[in-house]
Design a protein around this ligand. Structure first.
Ligand code: AMP
Length: 217
């Protein structure tokens, strides 16, 4: 099974993708995580995309399509994939179809997680993560602080980090990019009869329930 999670930044795609991975044994592919990894490793690619990403702009199509192509060629993707943050443009959507066709597979579900803009800005500009390796538990200034101030509930760590593109200004740019570049791919999947919506304003578990119902329905 191959699933695309669509939705604006902060809609909860990453959280739901992790749950899909756990529940259905699919491979989670997040182009955002892959690109951040390049930045952390300070590769040539990482250095070249650092600025555009921190401002909330999109990385060029060739780069992200190339990254996805490499993963799809490997054996791990055969179990099925959850795409989180890809495709983000019409060109990426078309390239994805071609790549899948070559492997004689196709997208089974495109699930759009709908959330109000103002809620998104609060969710993203308030979010921070535990910095400990292998933890990364997420928190939010407005909705979910650790039980003990400054101590991670999961691993007890005391160092936290924020994404450089989680500032209010970058979030607004990311939202604009979503509406101008990514929303136009919605009709593409509607025409194929693949698109379904879930209400992303509900709690995390409720969103998971809606997604599972669509997949199993
Ligand atoms: P995300 O973690 O999905 O919110 O992505 C963070 C940032 O990575 C985005 O704001 C873009 O700068 C970049 N990015 C991630 N995926 C893509 C993509 N498919 N196309 C272009 N840029 C991307």
């Amino acid at each position: 099974m191959n699933v695309i999670l669509l939705g604006p930044p902060g809609a909860g795609k990453g959280t739901q993708a992790q749950r899909l991975r756990e529940n259905y044994g699919l491979m989670h592919l997040s182009t955002g995580d892959m690109l951040r990894h390049e930045i952390d490793k300070q590769t040539d690619l990482g250095l070249s995309i650092k600025e555009v990403m921190s401002k909330g702009g999109l990385v060029d199509d060739e780069t992200v399509i190339g990254m996805i192509a490499t993963v799809l060629e490997g054996p791990e993707a055969r179990v099925g994939i959850i795409l989180d943050g890809f495709p983000r443009t019409e060109r990426q959507a078309i390239a994805l179809d071609l790549m899948l066709k070559k492997r004689k597979v196709a997208i089974d579900h495109v699930i759009e997680i709908k959330v109000d803009d103002e809620a998104l800005v609060k969710r993203i500009s308030g979010r921070y993560m535990c910095k400990a390796k292998n933890c990364g538990a997420s928190y939010n200034d407005f909705f979910k602080k650790p039980a003990v101030d400054g101590v991670c509930d999961v691993c007890g760590g005391s160092e936290f980090m924020r994404r450089p593109d989680d500032t209010e200004e970058a979030v607004r740019t990311r939202l604009k990019k979503y509406y101008h570049e990514t929303m136009p791919i919605v009709p593409y999947y509607l025409e194929k009869g693949l698109l379904r919506e879930v209400n992303g304003m509900l709690g995390i578990d409720k969103v998971t329930e809606q997604i599972n119902a669509l997949i199993e329905g």
